[in-house]
Each structure stands twice: as C-alpha cells, then as structure tokens.
Design a protein around this ligand. Structure first.
Ligand SMILES: [Zn+2]
Length: 367
C-alpha cells in the first residue's frame, strides 16, 4: 500500500538502496512504519478508500489533477457510473507507478512509442480495448518484469499471474491463475491451462487497416447458426456462420488493398455447399437495415423475389452459411473474439489464439 508511488517503494525497500541513498532510509522507515501501523485499516472495510486517499496525498492533489488531464484523461479520478464508483485508468496508473498519467497504449498522442511505462512495469496490464478499439497496450505493460497482469475487461479490473516466467515459444503450455474479486463473476479464483498455439506477443501490433472488400469476398459475418450454438454450446470452432458477400459499391470508402497483400478468399454466390432452403436474407435490404429498421427475412414462399426492394433474388444477392473451418483467418479471428468468453480475446492480446481451459472443468471466469 505504501507502494502507491514507485519512489516510495524504492525508499522503503532496503534491498534497492544504494549507499548514497542512506540518508533517505530513515524517512522511508517512517513512512513504511506508518503504513504498517495502519495496515488493519487498509485491509478492513473501507480500506480501499484509505488506499486511494493515501495514493493521492502521496502524489499531491494538484499534481494528480494536472496529470489526469494531460493525456486526454478526465476527472474525477473515481467516476460514478452504473450506480457505483469506477476505477479510472488514471487511478490505476497512480496506484501502479505513482503518476496519474493515464495513457496505457503503445503510442503517444503524437504517434511516437509510449515509453513512459518502461521501468515502471513490475506488474503489467492487458486490456480488452486493444481488440475493441485497435489500440495496442504499451510494450512494457504487456511484458512486465514479473508474470502478473491486471486484466481490463472493459468495465472491470481483475488480475492474472503465473508462478514463473511465462514461455514465449509457440505451442508452449503453462498454468495461469486468475482472481476476480467482485460479484457477480466473483469472488472467484480460477486456474487456467493455457496452450499458447502461436506463442506470446512481445511487441505491440499495429491495428490492421480497413481495405475495401472486393466482390465475392466476405463482407460481414451476420450471425452464428443458432442450431449449432445449441448443439455445440460454447464450441464456436464447430459452428456455421451466416455471411454476406461483398458486392460492388462505388460509394464505400476504404483503402485499396496493396498489391503485395495476401488476397482474401472469394466465394461463389451460387456455391451449393453454402445454401440453405427456406426464408432468405436479401443482401441489399440487409445493407440498408439501419435506415429502414427492417431486419426481417424474405419469406420462404417468395424464393426468387424480394418484395421489400422489388428486385429478383439474383439481383439482390443473399447470405451464405459457411463452416468455421472454411472461413478466412481474419473472419475466424472475428468470430472467435465475438463468441469467445470475454477472458479469451483479452488473453489473446498477449498469447494469440491460445486455447484456454479451466483446469477443474468449470466455465471460464468472467473478467
Ligand atoms: Zn431486398
């Protein structure tokens, strides 16, 4: 708890003291002593509030306010939302390294590498927002000095750790412990067996660009097959997915794919393997669904004609049903992050596509 500031942590740890720092040792003894004296208060009911106050007062209120706003952060440090008090990234930063600068991403606002966490990464951080917003977490936080990571699941922080350094080689296995302290998912301690199929990421990956899809490429995954979801619950690698193929759209913005980029697989609208009898989804009407707020299918008794846009089925195009194994890797990755348990895509930001099993066979923990 005294370790709200890294400087304070160094001061209070005799092992880190050089000879030239000896005069400060006495002072440190005092602050450590004061914390130890009050340790029961920190651990008791409301102790978390003492911890936050102690961190803020250690840094200084004015300094904290100033730092919070420096990297596009907001005050207050503890915003009130959803009828509870939330821990902001700025507060997390204050507790982890003693400064309230809230940028945990790999880049500064100017686009240069964010190296402010270097040396302040005894423990690290992995965040779901890396997948959601495409902003990679700072390298130092992804690769902390000890194998301990705070997991940011979007609205909640939990913690994961390993008893030894985690291996980086593709195919390696290790045990990761996960603690979720809050209801409804917790309090729960879970042991996770990780198979790092593709190894570990040591440096942030830049977000992928949006290239305009060419006709015949998959433009969008609409949904997973509801029957497959019932038959193979949670096993999204066994499901089929309803997809829309791209059609020619001069209005759509998006960079042309560079010639040296890998081509995306193309599918045939008429391919008999991917058809489904009965009601069908019109491609043009689906594309306009948010304008018309009409999400319905064309009924089975009109197999060749869409009454909504008054066009023939051939002209409109329709959705196809494609098994997971036949989807292009990028679409598989999208399905995985969509249908996986929240903790999976979060851990994939460090161990891409890793298989994650709960050792006792229970559900994967919430995070
Ligand atoms: Zn239509």
């Amino acid at each position: 708890m005294a370790h709200a500031s890294t400087a304070a942590a160094e001061d209070s740890c005799p092992l880190l003291l050089g000879k030239n720092k000896l005069p400060r040792h006495r002072e440190a003894d005092t602050s450590e002593g004061r914390v130890v004296e009050r340790i029961a208060d920190f651990q008791g009911p409301g102790g978390i509030i003492d911890l936050v106050y102690s961190a803020v007062f250690t840094r200084g209120i004015e300094k904290v306010k100033q730092e919070c706003l420096l990297e596009a952060g907001e005050l207050p440090l503890v915003p009130r939302n959803f009828d509870c008090w939330l821990c902001s990234t700025e507060l997390l930063s204050l507790l982890m390294r003693g400064s309230a600068l809230g940028n945990v991403g790999a880049h500064t606002a100017e686009g240069s590498p964010n190296t402010t966490w270097d040396g302040h990464n005894t423990i690290g951080l992995l965040s779901k927002s890396e997948k959601d917003k495409g902003v990679p977490i700072a390298d130092a936080l992804k690769n902390p000095l000890t194998p301990v990571w705070i997991l940011h699941g979007g609205d909640h922080f939990t913690v994961a750790w390993c008893s030894a350094a985690t291996p980086a080689e593709p195919g390696s296995k290790f045990l990761l412990h996960h603690w979720n302290g809050l209801p409804p998912g917790g309090p729960r301690l879970a042991d996770l067996e990780i198979t790092a199929i593709k190894g570990a990421i040591s440096h942030g990956t830049s977000p992928s660009k949006f290239y305009k899809p060419e006709p015949g490429e998959i433009e969008e995954v609409v949904q997973a097959d509801p029957d497959d979801k019932t038959d193979f619950p949670g096993q999204y690698r066994k499901w089929r997915y309803e997809v829309m193929l791209a059609f020619d759209r001069p209005d759509l913005q998006g960079e042309q794919r560079p010639v040296d980029a890998l081509p995306e697989p193309k599918f045939q609208q008429e391919d008999p393997r991917y058809q489904r009898p009965g009601a069908w989804r019109c491609c043009l009407c689906y594309d306009r669904r948010f304008k018309t707020m009409d999400f319905s299918l064309v009924p089975a008794d009109s197999p060749d004609w869409c009454q909504k846009c008054s066009r023939s089925r051939k002209e409109c195009g329709w959705s196809l049903w494609i098994p997971f194994a036949e989807l292009p890797p990028k679409r598989q990755a999208w399905c995985m992050s969509q249908y996986a348990k929240k903790i999976e895509p979060l851990l994939w930001t460090k161990w891409p596509e890793a298989e994650i099993l709960e050792v006792s066979g229970r559900e994967l923990p919430d995070c």
